[in-house]
Design a protein. Structure first.
Lengths: 315, 315
């Protein structure tokens, strides 16, 4: 952390980046760092290849997140948040071309340490790490920063439900609440402003749900045609696979979705199975309870292949 | 609190009661008090008219909750938790016949103060109050007590999402976690034990979702035949109408379901509409944000009639 603080002090023009298909932790942390840097007089910018999802647009300064960079633009420092790998910022991204110093702040256990300074902790959310960093920097955590960090913690812990949620997570959430984050209105903004098409696709996905004979594996398959016919976008699928996991007796939940660049497969597990291992076997990665991979082929054959892998592990 | 502690000290045979149709806070608090009383050597009993719901049976000593009392049995003290009114314990219940001293610990703002000692606070959950009481009593909050109280807080705050969730709520949750409550496994036990048919019917309901032109009213219709074909029971529909309300722009959410005794109509509203008034017009009742009615007729004509009522109010 001290190294990061030194690097920030030495820099003026700073770019904060996060991963494509951004979630609440990615957007929340990016904006929190942005606000903190602005507070201490830095010339800060935010970049995310994909635009801010609708449900996070209520966050302060969400409109300052850019999905384009000027050609040949150069920064004193790049800070990447919530990126396990440089490629997560975008396929053809070379951070090195943007700045001499790269700071990598992340909580993925398989982080590739792509930064010059790497601050990696295996905890619930990057927001917890940013909270500690800002404390160390003696930046005042005012209401807007608190709101962004609360969103990061809330979404990455599945609203205080996942494994990595600790007493310290709750302590930090309490601090953020005292600093002005409004728990119920934030929860309402994130969880009760679903799009009509996200509910329709949830319906289709659950209606099409299948499960193994013993009921310990459940999955659903979403062909591109179906998603198009319901007007469903990628962000409309958030949380869908968690619904599958919430069924009694299900150990492994899987969502198959057909996208432009292949079949995206999302895994969730309950108690027993390490789905990060399964994802790795298939060329993907992630966490013990939540992982994913992208496979090539038609839906049916990918499904067969993936299920075979899962059943192998369950045996 | 001091009076309660005194009353407990003076008593030996103590009965703890809670309300019918018990929720997580009711069961969690009842067992937490039971464990604490046992710890300090009291002869403690638990009574609830209805049996412990399936999802709370993982709680320690849940099997000690009795739904019957011996005739003419007498106690030194009765402690009622989470009961706004004596009648909530059961229609024909007279606590006075069971003991000379009644302690009433509750968080409903309209509590009738039916106890000899009333400890009423308008906060998120009774579990928070019991936590403070046990601290004052200097009872060690060990793992089992912590688990019960965590369930109370978690369920009564809608998993840390409702209005009354405060920084202190999170502080107490953190303490309980440090005392041994396992956040993710508790959340999984309570929230991730849905039945396969409840997920299928959720899917069907959402896939069939309709909405008004401006999107402020959304509804779904569940014919009996559909529910039967998915093996869905009435309890599988819990929370379904809340999903409809969670859509952005929806002010009124409605679920129509065809049952033996008529068409059941459930209403939810977000900010603006008092759905209790709408339900009353249709012969039903409820709260401002959640209400219901049962109407006779076929699905289509009931739907037309109800929607006409709703649009009248929205105009």
């Amino acid at each position: 952390m001290q190294e990061i603080i030194k690097a920030i002090k030495a820099a003026n023009k700073i770019l904060i980046v996060t991963h494509t298909d951004p979630d609440g932790d990615a957007i929340g942390c990016m904006i929190a760092v942005y606000l903190a840097l602005k507070d201490i007089g830095k010339d800060a910018y935010m970049y995310c290849k994909d635009s801010v999802p609708e449900i996070y647009k209520f966050l302060p300064k969400a409109d300052k997140v850019s999905s384009e960079l000027k050609e040949n633009e150069h920064f004193d420092l790049v800070i990447a948040v919530d990126c396990g790998d440089e490629k997560r910022v975008g396929d053809h991204f070379v951070l090195r071309e943007l700045a001499k110093t790269i700071v990598n702040i992340d909580h993925h256990p398989d982080n590739s340490n792509f930064g010059d300074i790497n601050y990696i902790e295996t905890i619930s959310s990057v927001a917890e790490m940013i909270f500690k960093l800002l404390k160390k920097m003696k930046v005042k955590i005012e209401k807007d920063i608190a709101t962004c960090l609360y969103v990061g913690i809330m979404t990455d812990t599945g609203n205080f439900r996942y494994d990595y949620t600790t007493a310290e997570t709750l302590d930090i959430a309490a601090s953020l609440t005292r600093a002005g984050a409004k728990i119920s209105s934030i929860a309402m903004s994130v969880y009760e402003t679903r799009t009509f098409s996200s509910i329709k696709i949830l319906g289709a996905a659950m209606y099409r749900l299948e499960r193994s004979e013993s009921g310990n594996v459940a999955w659903t398959v979403l062909p591109k045609q179906l998603m198009d016919s319901l007007g469903a976008k990628s962000e409309d699928l958030t949380g869908l696979v968690d619904h599958i996991r919430s069924i009694k007796g299900v150990d492994v939940a899987i969502l198959f979705r057909e996208e432009e660049d292949g079949i995206k497969v999302n895994f969730r597990s309950k108690f027993k199975v390490n789905v990060s291992e399964i994802a790795k076997t298939l060329g993907g990665g992630g966490h013990i309870r939540a992982s994913g991979a992208i496979l090539q082929g038609d839906l049916e054959s990918v499904k067969e292949k993936v299920l075979a892998e899962v059943f192998k592990v369950l045996k």
